[in-house]
Ligand binder design. Structure first.
Ligand code: DQA
Length: 139
């Protein structure tokens, strides 16, 4: 089984960025833990700050991979292009957020991804990614 985690803008700064909201841990260290936890999954990680690069990555993996875990970060709330890419591919996508977007500013309550994804997980810190992976194991 192969699953890719795709992270959007500013998530390369996890551990440094707004740590009261996003925590102290950086994603690379967390990803190493995930790889150890799931030795039988081919787990990949991709991050980009560029909208079109995220679209390209979804096209690249979206017909062959078993699952996509997508944290589109701020693009969640704005990007019709990424939402259209999610609709265009055949691999199921689970939307993930580290923070509880519904307890934050109103603009974060809207997800362009929402109608296109299989489901959404929000507010469990980095553990949101593990929960998304588990959802693929159970489906
Ligand atoms: C985020 C929530 C978004 O609103 C925000 O723009 C992010 C991160 C999260 O993981 O909680 O960059 O997707």
């Amino acid at each position: 089984m192969n699953i890719i985690i795709i992270n959007g803008p500013n998530l390369n700064l996890l551990g440094k960025r707004e740590t009261a909201i996003y925590g102290q841990g950086n994603f690379e260290d967390y990803f190493k833990l995930l790889k150890v936890k799931y030795p039988n999954i081919q787990l990949e990680y991709y991050q980009s700050n560029v909208e079109g690069e995220i679209v390209n990555k979804l096209h690249e993996v979206g017909f062959t991979y078993d699952g996509i875990v997508l944290n589109a970060a701020a693009y969640t709330h704005t990007s019709i292009a990424i939402a259209d890419a999610v609709k265009a591919i055949s691999t199921h996508v689970v939307e993930v957020h580290i923070s509880n977007v519904f307890s934050r500013e109103d603009f974060r309550h809207v997800s362009m991804m929402g109608p296109a994804v299989k489901g959404s997980i929000s507010g469990f810190g980095l553990d949101s990614y593990r929960l998304a992976i588990e959802s693929f194991l159970k489906s």
